[in-house]
Design a protein around this ligand. Structure first.
Ligand code: TYD
Length: 405
């Protein structure tokens, strides 16, 4: 496998072995046919882009049973509301503005634009989440975005003031044609606004669970700038976001069309300080990942050895990497509590831990809750004061394995 961006050699730095599809929650009948692939991350020796070595076909990940609904968390809904306001106040200009969102999911962002009467279109390949968006009054096209589709959109709707893509770009293995399509769609002062988990946070927090099938890329400012330059585009602003355990919002424009904010140079500096351009940083990361796995297994074995009940909290995609890499079975974690109806009554990918409704957690508190949804820690801790009040404890593993006192 060669770099998806520049075709140079890739230097693998962490391997997790054979893994299932992270969002592939399944029934017992499907255990025997569950697809597996080799999960490993690598860094391009030439352009520096961190990426997966192997990625399953998109159709295996994003389909009519896609289990991810953006609006399942209150704080995420608020985040996307603020993003919508920011797009409307910052980048929507002139007569009959037009905003395209690629991967609009259940429409939580575009709903604001629809209500404000802004011309918009969501492009969403997963039919089930797209149907929810449509029921909210959002215009949606059920399709994978690519260059050909971009030309069709341009013809049918005209150019866009803004193209928005949150937690989408890092999923797209064939990034060059995707970016070429976006460039085609943008007005001369149009912008691409996108957010994805940030490599700096992943490395700093040893958040290895961000590495799973859907995430083809682990972006940072320096390699992204090189990639956009090849398309006559440039990053004009970057803004760290707390969501998804540490994300970055990038604003990209045609080269020279907009003023470049000092935040871009500041983040290049931060990336150099973090050593994101040095192989030794990734060696050290792998070492910390192995230590994290070993420490988590010891902690869970100890708890079970003492006859304590451990329940997973939040059947996140990220948890699939953790449960499979650490070989966490239902012997160690009784079940995973999750509020998403489509996941309930199914089993977690690979590890086959039952996923049960949150009501089960409330009805009989365990001794320990293993916080798989650590990216929502603030919201969850605020909601779970009653659990703590009766002596319930939290096991965490990002940034370090431990029990929250
Ligand atoms: P998410 O944050 O989207 O992580 P990932 O991108 O790794 O899938 O997933 C959060 C999951 O946790 C989702 O299935 C909903 C669930 N959840 C709860 O069960 N309870 C909660 O209080 C919160 C905030 C989330």
């Amino acid at each position: 496998m060669r770099c998806r961006i520049c075709e140079a050699a890739l230097a693998p730095f962490v391997s997790f072995g054979r893994m299932p599809i992270a969002n592939g929650f399944l029934t017992e009948a499907d255990f025997a046919t569950e697809p597996l692939f080799e999960l490993a991350a690598a860094r391009c020796e030439a352009c520096g882009m961190v990426q997966l070595l192997e990625q399953p076909a998109p159709e295996a990940m994003f389909h009519e049973n896609y289990a991810f609904f953006t609006s399942t968390s209150r704080s995420m809904a608020q985040h996307f509301g603020r993003l919508a306001e920011g797009v409307m106040s910052g980048y929507v200009e002139g007569d009959r503005p037009f905003v395209v969102e690629i991967g609009c999911n259940d429409g939580v962002m575009l709903e604001r634009l629809a209500r404000a009467g802004v011309r918009h279109l969501g492009v969403e390949p997963a039919a089930n989440v797209a149907a929810v968006a449509q029921s909210r009054g959002v215009q949606v096209l059920v399709a994978f975005f690519d260059e050909a589709l971009a030309h069709g959109l341009l013809k049918d709707h005209g150019p866009a003031d803004a193209v928005v893509a949150t937690n989408v770009m890092c999923h797209v293995g064939a990034l060059h044609p995707f970016v070429a399509g976006i460039k085609t769609l943008l007005k001369p002062r149009g912008v691409l606004v996108f957010e994805d988990p940030y490599l700096g946070d992943i490395v700093e927090k040893t958040a290895y669970d961000q590495i799973y099938d859907e995430h083809a890329f682990y972006f940072s400012v320096v390699p992204l700038s090189r990639m956009f330059a090849q398309h006559g585009l440039e990053i004009v602003n970057v803004e760290p976001q707390a969501v998804h355990g540490g994300s970055m919002r990038y604003v990209v424009a045609h080269k020279g069309a907009r003023r470049v904010s000092p935040s871009v140079a500041a983040h290049r500096g931060r990336e150099a300080d973090l050593g994101l351009d040095r192989p030794a940083t990734y060696e050290a990361f792998r070492h910390r990942v192995e230590q994290s796995r070993d420490a988590l297994v010891v902690l869970l074995e100890q708890a079970r050895g003492q006859g304590r009940r451990v329940v997973g909290y939040g059947a996140t995609s990220k948890s699939t990497t953790v449960t499979n890499y650490c070989a966490i079975t239902p012997r160690l974690v009784e079940y995973i509590s999750d509020t998403t109806p489509i996941k309930q009554g199914k089993y977690s990918p690979g590890a086959h831990i039952p996923v049960r409704p949150y009501e089960d957690f409330k009805a009989s508190y365990p001794d320990y809750a293993l916080l798989f949804a650590w990216n929502h820690a603030e919201e969850i801790m605020a909601n779970e004061q009653a659990y703590r009040a009766v002596g319930g404890q939290w096991i965490v593993y990002v940034p370090k394995v431990g029990v929250l006192a």
